[in-house]
Ligand binder design. Structure first.
Ligand code: CP3
Length: 348
């Protein structure tokens, strides 16, 4: 099958591609037995991310199994707080834990040292020459608000109540913290680009926590500044934004106002609304429910075809959130061949 140079890159920069490309969020990780194997070789998850030989291998593992169109750097959004000097740990089966930030005094103590996370750049340099000519190398960071959520609440939560309280009652504290995260994230992303990242994705996983003015202040504006900061040095650099959980109106504003090149959709965005209201703004990425990938079979295939039929004119096929750790890799292989076999213009 003929493939253009790099379909992911081509869609984001030129808006055209012969094929509908795909990659999957969390395509590396615990659902792969070979990941579990190398994970044991590190002293904890941060050490794993900061050991280029292991992180490069984890990045490449899914590409050995599946014909995906992009590699995503193996790292984590919480490496930025780590490089700012926050204590970050990952408890087995429980997710991340950070010492919660409480006030501006704590914020003043944060100091970003790029050397701390420089091994990530080495990971990118090792991965790049191993990609096929049509595969795009994606770097990433967390959205500034999402990283602040973890730093203030100290762990993943349903509602990030302390971070939201800060948004409404301690805006000076939240803004000071977010400024540090934003500056660090920009330096980190520029480092990734220098090391070979061809596209950047900003994971605003907890965008759905805010709406109205707070969505503008704490999500749109910092994202806009990150995008500008990157483009000041790399004009037109392709950037995917992923404001997971945002309302349709906020998705529209986010896509329109931040300057991103493509917008990631979670599985709750309806295909009809995405087609009518978001596709005219540019390239979309998403949005198969990871639970359908877990389930596999006819239900997964039906929904994948619906997505391809509705958005295929300007789509990077992906999930609406990351691959779940219980997922059978065979389901993923089936999905990849379905997407690659889909002809543009076919009926859903
Ligand atoms: O394949 C890839 O997508 C690349 C690597 C990647 C990881 N995390 C590896 C990881 C990426 C892009 C991320 C992003 C990330 N990390 C996000 C944004 C996307 C999302 O899921 O919303 C967030 C919120 C985090 C923070 C984080 N890291 C959490 C909440 C957890 C625990 C939950 C979980 O799935 O374990 C992590 C740990 C983590 N990050 C693992 C992996 C492979 C599991 C670590 C392990 O091996 O035990």
């Amino acid at each position: 099958m003929h493939k253009p140079e790099k379909p992911v890159l081509s869609l984001l920069t030129k808006g055209v591609s012969d094929n509908i490309p795909l990659w999957l969020m969390r395509q590396a990780g615990r659902y792969l037995p070979e990941y579990q194997e190398i994970r044991k070789q590190a002293n904890g998850f941060i050490d794993f991310c900061l050991t280029p030989s292991l992180a490069a291998e984890a990045t490449l593992q899914p590409l050995r199994r599946f014909d995906v169109d992009a590699a995503i750097l193996f790292a984590d959004i919480l490496l930025v707080p780590f490089a700012l000097g926050a204590k970050v740990s990952f408890l087995e089966g429980e997710g991340p834990r950070l010492d919660p930030m409480e006030d501006e005094k704590k914020v003043e103590e944060l100091f970003y040292t790029q050397e701390t996370i420089a091994p990530v750049f080495e990971t990118l340099r090792r991965v790049k020459p191993q990609l096929k000519d049509y595969q795009t190398l994606i770097g990433f960071c967390g959205g500034v608000w999402t990283v602040a959520c973890y730093m203030i609440d100290g762990q993943g939560r349903q509602d990030f109540v302390k971070a939201k309280e800060a948004a409404f009652h301690q805006p000076a504290f939240l803004k000071a913290l977010m400024k540090k995260i934003e500056e660090a994230s920009l330096a980190y992303l520029l480092g990734q680009i220098d090391a070979g990242a061809e596209v950047i994705q900003i994971f605003e996983s907890h965008a759905g926590q805010l709406e109205g003015q707070a969505f503008d202040d704490f999500i749109i504006q910092p994202t806009q500044r990150l995008v500008e900061g990157i483009r000041k040095q790399h004009p037109n650099f392709p950037i995917i934004g992923f404001p997971r959980g945002a309302s349709l109106d906020d998705y529209k504003k986010y896509f329109h106002q931040t300057g991103i090149s493509g917008c990631g959709l979670d599985q709750n965005v309806s295909l009809e609304e995405a087609k009518e209201q978001l596709l005219p703004l540019g390239c979309l990425q998403g949005n198969l429910d990871p639970t359908l990938l877990l389930e596999g079979g006819a239900a997964m295939e039906r929904q994948a075809k619906k997505i391809l039929g509705a958005l295929g004119s300007n789509l990077i096929f992906n999930l609406g959130h990351g691959v779940m750790k219980e997922t059978n890799p065979d389901h993923m292989a089936r999905l990849v061949s379905l997407v690659h076999g889909f002809q543009k213009g076919a009926e859903a």
